[in-house]
Design a protein around this ligand. Sequence first.
Ligand code: ZN
Length: 547
Amino acid sequence: MEVSERLARFVPVELTADRSDLDERKWALVRRLIAAGRQIHEIYLRQVWPGNPDLRERLASSGDPRDRERLRLFELMAGPWDRLDENRPFIGEQPRPPGGGFYPEDLTREEFEAYLAEHPQDRPAFTSPYTLIRRRDGALEAVPYHRAYRDFLEPAAESLLEAARLCDHPPLADYLSLRAQALLNDDYYESDCAWVALQSGPLEFLIGPYEVYDDHLFGYKAAYEGMLGRRDLEESARFQDLVEELPFLAAHLPVPPEYRGQVAGLSSPIVVADAVFNAGQMATVALATALVLPNDPRVRTTVGSKKVIFKNISRAKFEHLLRPVGERLLDPAQAEALFFENIFSHVLLHEVSHALGPQEVLRPDGSRLSRQQALRELYSVIEECKADALGLYNLLFLAGEGFFPREWEESAPGAFLAAVFRVIRFGTGSAHARANLLTFNFLRDEGAIRREVGSGRFRAEPRRVARSIAELAAILLRLEGDGDYEGAQALVRRYVQMPYELEEALERVRDLPVDLNPAYPWAEMASSAGSEPPVPPPANSPIARRR
Ligand code: ZN
């Protein structure tokens, strides 16, 4: 594939948000946050591959117009390998080193394991998410991130501390000062807890090393990422309204009372925001529409985690990726009726629906078991499918109750089907994609989805979908309540498969764009010079004060 062809798979979009109510001081704060993000982006480039900075320099200073395109693709991929094409190189021939910049390029798994077998006391440091492995005088050593990346982390921490002093929202100021400290000592626990606690104010911000996907050698090492979002207060309030409907929804689940469970409350708080700047791993494709962090199990057991859903990214994906798929594969009238609010409400109700239904298995002998223990490796498929099915069930129910426009009873099933196509397009590896296959095949078998013979287009029959989705939800709720592993196995075996007609349909959309190519106007504005209020001097360090 030519570079221009590769680039054409990504639709240019601006990710931005209203900033008219951010005064001078808040804007000065935003500039510090973006500056810190830029520093950790430099680290991330080196984590993916130490050769990245030189390659970027070469592309940026080249007069060859094709190098412009190469540079843009390089930025989307954070390196010369195509992440959406099995990491094939698009510049040069070199395959991606599996250990990236985390390990010496010539290090093999065998050598690493042999070293740990000989030096068991080094295991914690060597397998830590926050160390690099280097060779020194022929021997391996673990170098903590805060030492290896000091040149970038010190200015990043400085920017965060300045931002904290400009900040008049204590939960954010707290997070920023604690995180500044954590970047310099790799102890993230306290600042991770502060991040989960940060659930109000106009800005959502995250920075640090988190996901280990970029370590293809062992999956130990965390990659730096950063995100700045503008919290969507209206949408967050709307979501809160849905959460308040939980008892009402629980009382109307399509199962007998013993399968309705207790209303669990949400497992994690949810924030709806517009993304205005991504850095590090967050800035690469495929662009995430949501994140759930932190991963540290110690934080999860004490304060839980937080989920951020990016509404502007969701909307852009709807306009540029989902709608075109729907227009080709759906019955024309249903394609015409696709609109974003419908889809996004289903996304929110999916999250709400995770909290519905039996939360544990009650055995006939009175003993209790978690759903995960009972359903084992099938749990995530069943649970994701339940959230999808109940999400639609609840959406139709609430439309009937007047909570949503009444017309949604007609339009939501088609929108749901288009979303199923979009998810399945990217393969069936994830629990989410497998759940979508299950739902599609179930509805198809029930006659709720029909394929028109001549055109090959699909149509979701609203009334039949309403009936069948209630049936499917009931089956899944019973499986979870009974902890019925064999039942789950039978359901998955029967419905999680790729039928020929679906394969053929996906072939028809193969040429459509697969992801976004984002620009961040806030970051561009933040980089341009301008007058600024002075940063208040450090008071007694807020970190010291808090201890
Ligand atoms: Zn889910």
